[in-house]
Design a protein around this ligand. Structure first.
Ligand code: TXA
Ligand code: MG
Length: 326
């Protein structure tokens, strides 16, 4: 089969997904956070196909996905106790652990870093798939590099059709934003990317504060830190919407709303993250709504910040990365 010439199929056939992965092809898989583009993490040729399909720079490392936390010892040279404790609560789940890699993990997957990112996804189809395979799956989000992550099989198709053979369709992702990425250095728990497990939940389990990294300045290839990571097709501005609205008079405005704060702001298009101002619902809807807003025909998208707690931290982080005015 010539690469780059696939008829991309979508379906729920786990054995077909397994066979393609065993033959070294990349396959899109559902997870509870976002869809991933998976390949055999131990096969460099297969992993290279992920980078190629996404047009992803090789310096950006990939998370490896395992069937269960008990497999972590195969791929990690060392696991801090606090990770075992967190895994008891959040594995399977939307939490990714940075650990010293074992020799078996290829340098291509970690982009040369001595640490590997490990996650146990919770989606039943992907758990079934992982249990049937005798290798872990390297999987970044299944979008072309720099675009919004996919939360439905259709989103994956729109971004990658013709470039991958199969999309395993597991419905709409229930969490909707990517996993929280944690690290452990010098006795300190570090959160590199705010995501599907809230910072407060992690701090409650470990009984102390974590160090939460926020900006591009922290780390050369820090997890999820590339600024233009969530570009929408139409420019997105985030902040005080009533004030920003005034600066765009005469333009076709699209509002990203959270609850009823913006009912009196005139706009050509409106999209609700959550009509009842529920942060979990807003996280689930965020990327779909960003896609729809990006193609609705507006000149500019205006979004308000959501409350900065729980899933709100991850939502505001993604809005900030997508915004052209920050
Ligand atoms: O929820 C998720 O995490 C999804 C699903 C598919 O599991 N995956 C995902 O992958 O969001 P990706 O590649 O789009 O984002 C992973 C982030 C990237 O910013 C990457 O730089 C970072 O994790 N990362 C991966 N391995 C790393 C490593 N060894 N050291 C530092 N950062 C790493
Ligand atoms: Mg991504």
């Amino acid at each position: 089969m010539e690469y780059d010439q696939f008829q991309t199929a979508t379906g729920t056939d786990v054995s077909l997904a397994k066979r393609l992965l065993e033959e070294g092809w990349p396959v899109a898989i559902p997870t509870e956070t976002v869809y991933g583009l998976a390949a055999n993490a131990l096969d460099d040729d297969a992993v290279l196909k992920i980078f190629k399909a996404k047009n992803r720079p090789h310096f950006n490392p990939l998370i490896i996905h395992l069937a269960g936390w008990s497999d972590v010892a195969k791929y990690a040279a060392e696991v801090p106790d606090v990770f075992d404790e967190l895994a008891r609560h959040f594995a399977p789940g939307p939490l990714t652990f940075l650990v010293k890699k074992a020799d078996v993990v290829p340098g291509l997957v970690t982009a040369g870093s001595p640490k590997v990112a490990i996650r146990i996804p919770a989606h039943p189809l992907t758990r079934q798939l992982l249990l049937s395979l005798d290798f872990p799956l390297a999987a970044p989000s299944a979008n072309p590099s720099g675009y919004v992550s996919p939360t439905t099989a259709q989103h994956v198709y729109e971004g990658l059709h013709g470039k991958i053979p199969y999309i395993l369709d597991g419905g709409t992702c229930t969490v909707g934003v990517e996993s929280t990425i944690i690290d452990f250095e010098d006795g300190q728990l570090i959160i590199w990317r705010k995501g599907g497990v809230a910072v407060e939940e992690i701090e409650r389990i470990i009984g102390r504060k974590a160090i939460v990294k926020t900006g591009v300045e922290n780390h050369p290839v820090a997890p999820g830190q590339l600024k233009s990571h969530y570009a929408t097709a139409t420019p997105l501005h985030v902040g005080d919407v009533a004030k920003m609205r005034a600066a765009f008079s005469g333009k076709k405005i699209c509002l990203l709303e959270f609850g009823g704060n913006l009912v009196n702001v005139p706009a050509a298009f409106r999209f609700q993250l959550s009509p009842t101002a529920n942060l979990d619902v807003a996280a689930k809807n965020l990327f779909s709504v960003m896609r729809q807003a990006g193609t609705c025909g507006a000149d500019v998208i205006l979004a308000e910040w959501v409350p900065e707690h729980g899933m709100g931290l991850a939502i505001n982080d993604r809005l900030r990365r997508a915004a052209v005015n920050i």
